[in-house]
Design a binder for this molecule. Structure first.
Ligand SMILES: C[S@@+](CC[C@H](N)C(=O)[O-])C[C@H]1O[C@@H](n2cnc3c(N)ncnc32)[C@H](O)[C@@H]1O
Length: 322
């Protein structure tokens, strides 16, 4: 009988790194930014003055509790949050929901185990009696699990932080359609969209002088070194940001400052880079108000309303599943 050679099973992280770095042009998914160090670096980004997105959405959340509760109209609900992170903005909604006597279960989803642990500590400390059922998984795995749960609660799904912008337009529509297939008529979706604005304001948010964004992006290569045994020389890579005001996409690249070969001995793999070859590590798509309405319709939702900050820079758009 012929001997079968066992094929090593790659972790999802390893498989995606090898796949993305084998493509032309090379790319890595921004969802892998968030290990313990990445979470801490992202908190530093949220605190910097140039990263207006967090302040805009915090302002919206601080006053949107009543508007959301009036749409929910007294029904018990599941508050499902996709990519919850540290939950710092969502706390404002939770506070208003509890003060109004709303009945809900908080179900945050995040791929980062560290983020879920920190969020759990915060919720247990602040609201020990709040029903809290976190899921540490990627969006699709978590949605699959939620699809199997038997609750008849209305669902209010939060997808804040302009995370939708990490998909291109076609991927966003596909993702939102897929999400809809797990929801029931009457369920609500609130999605955070960064609105098109002065290109200089957008570029500065991803190109800060203190270098927080560069450190955050370079941490992805450091994570590949730490977890997959690679030998990226971080000093040989440069953060480069672009914003295309016509298409509305900000893109983050890491650019090699010379030819190099990176080894992943644990995976029996190596990758060569030419001088100035770039890895695209993040896309942050910006939207106009018309594009938001068009996306709602294309993905099969009914547009309800946009909740905007006072500068009109950011919109949390509320849609209903009909
Ligand atoms: C930009 S942060 C936003 C955090 C928070 N929602 C906010 O608005 O401040 C993105 C969060 O989404 C999580 N995330 C990114 N891609 C994910 C995916 N595919 N599945 C699950 N979580 C994901 C990350 O771990 C991170 O905590």
């Amino acid at each position: 009988m012929p001997k079968t050679i066992p094929v090593p099973t790659l972790s999802p992280f390893a498989a995606e790194v090898i796949e993305g770095l084998s493509e032309q042009p090379k790319r890595l998914s921004s969802k892998w930014f968030y290990d313990e160090r990445g979470d801490a670096l992202f908190q530093a980004i949220m605190a910097m003055p140039e990263y207006y997105l967090t302040d805009c959405e915090r302002e919206i959340f601080q006053r949107s509790g009543p508007a959301l509760l009036s749409i929910i109209a007294g029904r018990p609900f599941d508050l499902i949050e996709l990519g919850a992170g540290d939950g710092s903005k969502t706390q404002h909604l939770i506070e208003q929901f509890l003060a109004a006597g709303a009945r809900f279960v908080y179900r945050p989803i995040d791929i980062s185990a560290n983020a879920i642990d920190l969020l759990g500590d915060l919720i247990h400390h602040r609201w020990p009696l709040l029903p809290f059922e976190p899921i540490q998984a990627d969006y699709f795995t978590a949605l699959n699990r939620l699809g199997q749960s038997k609750t008849d609660h209305l669902r209010l799904v939060l997808f804040p932080g302009a995370n939708i912008g990490n998909f291109n337009r076609a991927e966003a529509e596909k993702f939102l359609r897929h999400l809809r297939s797990f929801l029931r008529p009457g369920d609500l979706l609130l999605t955070g969209f960064d609105l098109k604005k002065d290109p200089a304001t957008i570029l500065a948010a991803y190109n800060d002088p203190a270098g927080h964004t560069a450190a955050f992006n370079l941490n992805l290569l450091a994570r590949i070194n730490r977890e997959l045994g690679a030998d990226f020389q971080l000093s040989a890579w440069k953060h480069w940001e672009t914003y295309d005001p016509a298409g509305g996409a900000a893109r983050s690249f890491l650019v090699a400052d010379g030819p190099q070969t990176v080894h992943l001995p644990d995976l029996d793999h190596s990758i060569t880079f030419e001088a100035y070859e770039a890895i695209c590590v993040e896309i942050s798509q910006k939207y106009s108000r018309e594009e938001i309405r068009a996306l709602a319709a294309a993905a099969g939702y009914t547009f309800v309303q946009n909740l905007e900050d006072s500068r009109g820079w950011f919109a949390d758009s509320v849609w209903r599943v009909s």
